[in-house]
Design a protein around this ligand. Structure first.
Ligand SMILES: [Fe+2]
Ligand SMILES: [Fe+2]
Length: 397
């Protein structure tokens, strides 16, 4: 009989150094299974090359949109400009190309011979479309900045220890949240078919923005004293975002609620930031987050406005929000977030109570903005909001 499994008997598993042998074997088997499809293409090409002849089929423009030239506008050549050219700008309601063939290319004759990427599961345009997505993409490209060179790091002043620790703890929190803000769009970017290329492009800028935010807060902490405490309350909130069952639902939690809070914190940068360096960091991050929030609001609006069963769509969003708001609340009430913010607002550990008063004001402003964002998306949460409108504990009057 086998030994009973006890914790003390457990041995660590051997970690494969690079790749599991079984994974490579699966890959080989998969491509051998599809051999008839790709080997036929390869065989035809090899045979033609051996014959010394050319195909030149790509010169034939039948079924394509050849010769209709895009014209730049005053901003340059945007997606909107090229989408005006007939044959390129029709964003399908339902995507049915699950490979990499570009929208508007001559692809129909090859449909049956192409592979299918089964991970492309976001087939409905209204699961991720927002009417401002092209404009936001342009803005995102124009406003990229560099956390290495655009922040005046040489001017970073030393702060009294309580304010330095509070700043570094806030930066630790922000570092922790910024990567989920990147992982969430990354997860859905990868699941989105190529025909929704405008949204994929915007999500790619969001990924870059969040990588830069994580970078700048990490650098700020390490340049000022160090990273401080990670926190279970943040982690559960972040996981709830990542696990959201649909892109729209997760975007609601991340962009409207989570980033809405972060936006309120950054907007209070003048009071929270204790150095010019911190003010500059908050100012730059604020611009980026405003784009993400703006996308989230219009995505939710479009989702609800185009939902074939609107009432049911709204009720499903409420059910999701009932859970999501509560989980996000676990982050908003974490001592590792609100206490350092209160210390910064108050101007020192001695003034934490005074800072809490400022925080109570910020909280009301934040919840109010959140509810306004929901309302402008056509999603009235006022009667159902599970986050208290006032700070959920008595603080100094
Ligand atoms: Fe961010
Ligand atoms: Fe963001």
């Amino acid at each position: 009989m086998n030994e009973p499994i006890r914790v003390e008997n457990l041995q660590p598993l051997d970690q494969p150094y690079l790749m599991d042998e079984a994974q490579l074997a699966d890959y080989e088997a998969s491509y051998r299974n599809d051999y008839h499809a790709w080997a036929q293409v390869l065989g035809e090409n090899v045979e033609r090359i051996r014959r010394g002849s050319y195909s030149l089929h790509w010169l034939n423009t039948d079924g394509g949109n050849w010769g209709k030239r895009a014209k730049p506008s005053s901003r340059g050549l945007t997606y909107t400009d090229i989408n005006r050219v007939r044959g390129y700008g029709d964003i399908p309601q339902r995507a049915d190309w699950f490979n990499f063939a570009p929208r508007g290319s001559i692809r129909e004759p090859y449909r049956d011979r192409m592979p299918v990427v089964t991970d492309y599961v976001v087939t409905n345009r209204d699961e991720l479309w927002a009417d401002n997505v092209i404009t936001l993409y342009e803005e995102a490209k124009a406003r990229q900045w560099n956390a290495t060179k655009d922040i005046p790091w040489h001017e970073l002043e030393a702060l009294p220890e309580d304010l330095e620790k509070a700043t570094c703890q806030l930066c630790t929190f922000l570092t922790e949240v910024e990567f989920v803000a990147g992982d969430f769009p990354a997860k859905w970017l990868y699941r989105t078919p190529q025909d929704f290329l405008e949204v994929k492009s915007f999500l790619a800028t969001q990924l870059m923005d969040e990588a830069r935010h994580q970078e700048v807060f990490r650098k700020r902490a390490i340049a000022g004293g160090g990273l401080l405490h990670a926190s279970p309350g943040f982690e559960w909130a972040l996981k709830a975002i990542l696990d959201a069952p649909s892109h729209t639902m997760g975007t609601f939690l991340l962009n409207l609620l989570g980033e809405g809070l972060v936006l309120s914190v950054f907007r209070s940068g003048e009071m929270i930031a204790k150095t010019q360096v911190d003010k500059e960091i908050f100012r730059r991050c604020l611009q980026d987050e405003a784009r993400h929030v703006s996308y989230g609001v219009l995505e939710l609006k479009n989702y609800l406005a185009t939902h074939p069963q609107r009432e049911q769509g709204i009720e499903e969003m409420h059910r999701f929000a009932d859970v999501g708001e509560q989980v996000i609340l676990t982050a908003f009430t974490e001592a590792a977030l609100i206490e350092p913010v209160a210390v910064l607002l108050g101007g020192g550990l001695k003034h934490i109570d005074k800072g809490m008063e400022g925080l109570a004001h910020m909280w009301r402003m934040f919840i109010d903005e959140y509810l306004q964002r929901c309302a402008s998306a056509g999603f009235d949460r006022r009667a159902r909001c599970t986050i208290p409108l006032d700070l959920p504990w008595g603080v100094a009057k």
